[in-house]
Write a protein that binds this ligand. Structure first.
Ligand code: ZN
Ligand code: ZN
Ligand code: ZN
Length: 246
């Protein structure tokens, strides 16, 4: 009897805690507003909304201090993001396995992945002669590898690995391609990878990419693969110089 009473009391207190919403950060309740974080919806009060920086990954209010690379990363993004080399390694194994099935044997020997923070990513990317922010990129030599930014979700990282590793596959399996075909094909593999995991809204998003070498090329290649069938389509991509040859 005593035991069931304390169990009842415990459940009652848990229920009370859930019903009584408080600010995620200060536990206050001044003008709460809900924010959709990666793992759940949390309330944040007006005081914290005004004083806290935005998480650089999800844009929601985020507590200080900044992550070691200068980005603000909230607890939800910290818990769900790719920060661990082992996790990236098993993810890239899965992506490469998918690519071997889809594209053939050349995908067996793709370059390693290097997980890097924001500051290092900027330095590496700027060294390659470009100067915009990226979340992943393929470095073809000295040494050949794919850089991947820390903190993305597993779905985002898998999608970006599929794209960048396709550039490595192209360098092995295809003749020299123009940008529209090279980027279009990388987006095509990325699209197929996302669809295979049931992430169709993320896949659709790539078809609307504002750079036509990505978005419009992908739409064109999806039409071609539908007409030809995947095997004949991929055989054609290997031998084509320009998008419109496919
Ligand atoms: Zn607060
Ligand atoms: Zn966040
Ligand atoms: Zn690309």
């Amino acid at each position: 009897m005593r035991r069931s009473l304390s169990l009842f009391l415990a459940l009652f207190l848990v229920g009370l805690g859930l019903a009584q919403e408080v600010c995620r950060y200060c536990r206050g309740n001044l003008d709460l507003r809900p924010f959709t974080y990666r793992d759940a919806i949390y309330q944040v009060c007006s005081k914290c909304r005004a004083s806290l920086p935005k998480c650089s990954l999800c844009d929601n209010p985020c507590p200080q201090p900044a992550y070691r690379d200068g980005r603000y990363i909230c607890p939800s993004c910290r818990n769900t993001g790719m920060f661990d080399k082992g996790r990236v390694e098993s993810l890239s194994k899965a992506v490469v396995g998918y690519m071997i099935n889809l594209l053939g044997a050349e995908a067996k020997a793709l370059p390693p992945i290097q997980l890097v923070d924001y500051d290092e990513m900027r330095t590496k990317f700027n060294q390659s002669g470009r100067n915009v922010d990226v979340v992943a990129f393929y470095q073809p030599y000295n040494p050949e590898l794919v850089y991947l930014l820390t903190g993305e979700t597993e779905v985002e990282s898998g999608s970006h690995l599929a794209h960048e590793l396709t550039h490595a596959w192209e360098s092995r399996a295809c003749i020299q391609q123009d940008r529209a075909l090279s980027e279009g094909m990388a987006c095509w593999v990325q699209y197929q990878y996302l669809m295979s995991g049931g992430h169709s809204s993320e896949a659709q998003k790539i078809t609307r990419h504002s750079d036509p070498d990505y978005g419009a090329s992908l739409v064109y290649l999806l039409g071609r693969s539908k007409t030809l069938g995947n095997a004949a389509f991929i055989a054609k991509v290997r031998k084509s110089r320009n998008l419109k040859d496919v």
